[in-house]
Design a protein around this ligand. Structure first.
Ligand SMILES: NC(=O)c1ccc[n+]([C@@H]2O[C@H](COP(=O)([O-])OP(=O)(O)OC[C@H]3O[C@@H](n4cnc5c(N)ncnc54)[C@H](OP(=O)(O)O)[C@@H]3O)[C@@H](O)[C@H]2O)c1
Length: 247
């Protein structure tokens, strides 16, 4: 089938693209690096022509609720309108476990994005996943301070992005199912320790300092609001096993 991947150059999106192509699907990438800005509805509609399904794995790097909400409103709003006009049969959104328990900062934007999908004219599915194992590296890059590495404290139960990508493709192929069970990895971890392990994975001796990041979203994550509930699907390697494959 033909699958369009919004954010197909990102951390999880590029794995969706690789795995879908390896599975014999016809894949089109929707990202600025691939020449398509999601805010350009007409441009998006052109690349969605003939697509059977869309996977939305686009994101914006921000901790601001206003910036995240504006981005997801504009990007996913245009994507959904373009998908409806192009006759796409199914839109699949990747979201995050616990955002409605902790609707602050970036997660405020994700809540808005989920609402857009729930109201979509195109049949939809939403998969919420926990933080990726790769999240340690994403946060580490943002939290460098000269020679120091700050490591925000948070309780997480991370999952390999490759596992998330596989589930997104299975969903795209299976057809619209609304909200499906949450997806998480096998073990609860502390984000600051994940960052330490990630930074030191290649022998670096950089000083890593655990910190409490102010603000409601990170406070909620320290309180365990990003952890999966009992109904979640547990899949993929633990963070430690995954990290061994990343050297
Ligand atoms: N990271 C996590 O731990 C995690 C966990 C669970 C769920 N999620 C969700 O998974 C999704 C993907 O996250 P990620 O961490 O993989 O994202 P990411 O690595 O930051 O990648 C973001 C992607 O969005 C694209 N993009 C950004 N602005 C765009 C625009 N205006 N038009 C077109 N494309 C645009 C980027 O490509 P260009 O720069 O080329 O445009 C890139 O491909 C997000 O919805 C996120 O909330 C993330």
């Amino acid at each position: 089938m033909k699958i369009a991947v919004a954010g197909g150059t990102g951390t999880v999106g590029r794995l969706v693209v690789q795995q879908a192509r390896a599975g014999g699907h016809d894949v089109v990438v929707v990202s600025r690096a691939a020449g398509v800005d999601l805010r350009d509805r007409a441009g998006v509609e052109r690349v969605l022509a003939g697509a059977d399904a869309v996977v939305d794995a686009a994101s914006v790097g921000t901790t601001s609720a206003a910036t995240a909400t504006e981005f997801f409103q504009a990007a996913s709003g245009a994507l959904l309108a373009a998908a409806a006009n192009a006759g796409v049969g199914h839109v699949v959104l990747l979201s995050i476990v616990g955002i409605d328990r902790n609707p602050h900062g970036y997660y405020a934007g994700k809540v808005r994005q989920e609402h857009l999908y729930e109201q979509s004219a195109v049949p939809w599915s939403i998969l919420r996943a926990t933080q990726f194992h790769e999240f340690a590296g994403q946060v580490a890059v943002q939290a460098r301070l000269g020679p120091l590495q700050l490591a925000p404290r948070a309780r997480v139960q991370p999952v390999a992005a490759a596992e998330v990508a596989a589930q997104l493709i299975d969903l795209a192929v299976a057809g619209a199912q609304g909200r499906v069970p949450d997806l998480a990895g096998p073990r609860e971890e502390r984000l600051d320790r994940m960052i330490r392990a990630w930074v030191h994975r290649d022998g670096s001796r950089r000083l890593v300092i655990p910190v409490n990041i102010p603000g409601a979203q990170m406070r909620g994550m320290r309180d365990g609001l990003a952890l999966p509930g009992p109904g979640a699907t547990i899949a993929g390697p633990s963070f430690v096993d995954w990290l061994r494959t990343q050297r």
